[in-house]
Design a protein around this ligand. Sequence first.
Ligand code: ADP
Ligand code: MG
Length: 771
Amino acid sequence: HIDRDDDIQVARMKLPVVGEEHTILEAIHHNDCVIICGETGSGKTTQIPQFLFESGYGSPNSETPGIIGVTQPRRVAAVAMAERVGQELGNCRNKVGYQIRFDANVSEGTAIKFMTDGVLLREMMTDFLLTKYSALIIDEAHERNINTDILIGMLSRVLKLRREKAETDAQNYRPLKLVVMSATLSVSDFSENSRLFRTPPPIVSVPARQYPVSIHFNRRTVPNYNEEAFRKTCKIHSKLPPGGILVFLTGKSEINEMVKRLRKRYPLAKKKLYNDIPEVRTDPRNVEVETEEIEFGVSESTDTFEENDDFTEQDEDEEEEGFEENLEDGQTPEDPLYVLPLYSLLPTKEQMKIFEKPPQGARLCVVATNIAETSLTIPNIRYVVDCGRSKERKYSENTGVQSFEIGWISKASADQRAGRAGRTGPGHCYRLFSSAVYESEFSTFSIPEIQRMPVESVVLTMKAMGIDNIVNFPFVTPPKKEMIRKAETLLRNLGALDDKKNITKLGQKMNSFPLSPRFSKMLVVGNQQGCLPYIIALVSGLSVGDPFISEFEIVPKKDPEEQEEQKDYITEEQRNVLSKFNKSRAVFSKLDKFSDVLQLLSAICAQDHVAKADRMKFYDNNFLRSKIMEDILKLRKQLTYIVKINKGKGLVASASTVSDDELKLELPSKPQIMAIKQMVAAGFIDQIAIRADLIDRDVKLSNNMTISSIPYVTLLPTHEPDTEPNAFIHPASILCKSGELPPSYLIYESLNVNTSSETKKLRMKPLNDIS
Ligand code: ADP
Ligand code: MG
């Protein structure tokens, strides 16, 4: 029996899904798969797991003893929702747990488990039938993340198998129930896909109590949407009746900036209500990082400008729509504004503040990324300010080259964002772009991720699960055959697949690591000359992200493309910081002047010898990102643990029992350094670049060339349209500091096109030379 708090009970009763409890449970009872559509905020994520729990799912003595699994595309949502459902369950709160990549709080008694979809995918590798679950809820299916898509494809098969097993071996097996949840009605890719479900699953759609939202387009699309968002938010706050404001921007640094400005403009009576937000950063290199967490560092804007931009602010002001109402009695244009940021890297405690009541007399204003689009519903929002953009991970179809860009969202997303203003009453959505741009630049829907990204990890995972014919897999939307072929080629180059495209022993080993195939290859070959701990450290480093703060971040607004000319503009203070910076980097470069990975390894080894209490100071003094360094340490522990288990030395209970002391590394010896470089090369065997002058007589190097302007030719063709055919060393690389002619052959980690620079240079991030 569940004993809920009264106010929780009252709040639940108001949620649209509660009225559908019976219909939903009936549908689940009679069908193995059910699709549920409901407007964001209707209660799907918080209530449906509870419906299942209350009807016996997850209870040891019932017909359905297996636990209820709920997947989320975002870590934030998995943690926040587990917490909320725990709260709602009152006396049963300990029945809820969550599991994300670096963190878990599940126990024996857990009946409802929230997790990222990546976690569930990994569980399927050891237990394809997912026997410990009686029901699985796949949430946010409309987002069409690759993990969600693959899960649904696989689960469609698991449902069938569990049904068959239950009929032949009822002692040991029960059928599995699958609930696919979407915030939009466009679910035909799932429901009408006969390769996925032979009989179309029923769709329960929850009638939403959505109030009308008036949409106000800007007359012109202004290039600086941050400025415009600030102006609009101030205007709403100073002129319009009560109601929360939700501002959509694209990422952490923009959001923090906006929050700072708004807090300064409309201060709270009690400033103490705001906490300092700890600094956290990530880097594009980490495949597990969610796209919107990525900070570019350099100029970010990819705006489309409209011609004939001759309006003035006042001009716009006079005719601006959506300001017909007036302040209510008791409001003044200078009332305090309670401004909160919301993005994934924010500590959970700070994220949860959006659900609390704002201080007396203050208006709530949340400045958020996409998270607020469908994952988290902020209460009492009446005004939405939408910049119309989001961060996207883009891949070149020809080459797999990655770039991170701010781009227009889809019309479907823009409508979703507008809808956030109409949950509690009629609302307004202010779009910081013109209706002409909306019509011409915005696609109707976003393209599913699986059709945009390289699929090598997915292909390897699927091969390891015994899915031989990937081309015939019941994908929600099949990836291009071309992409599957490319992935298979890479996996063959790495030795993970044999000539018949079957998984090899090496491939199996590689797949036992929760890493992309290149990194797992490094780990598998790393077990020589005592190098394994170093490779574990490196793989963790390369997989989590770049811990080195770059020179260009220390001396702000310095464009790496023009580093030479700008030297004169730095202040005395900046000069001192730079000198400290250079000294520290010189220490980390001692192992090898041509190897970025050995620089990374030096930093990790150095950290190992710093006492825990002094680490923050060490990171600061050496210009290292603390969050990344700590995540590297966490991942090293996990990997060390996994390696031990793989070697049959699984005496350790969990990754957290691997101690810091156990990891402690001395600097590698000369022969070890040689070996490490070869092991790194083994993971990137297809990413070799040759200095252009060695193969092309027309290329001449001269003494006054900067190192970052020396051309390289990649072994595999990577010609992007509109880019120079050659690749150039990234200015942040150790090679640019060496002052020497860079090596003939380089192994590189990635190629990126800098879209904000005019030359569209192909920049390569080197790992090390081949000797
Ligand atoms: P859906 O999944 O359909 O979008 P949710 O179940 O996430 O809807 O949300 C239902 C309601 O619960 C929303 O009004 C939301 O604001 C509220 N809610 C969610 N989490 C919390 C929380 N931690 N504290 C207070 N209210 C919350
Ligand atoms: Mg939800």
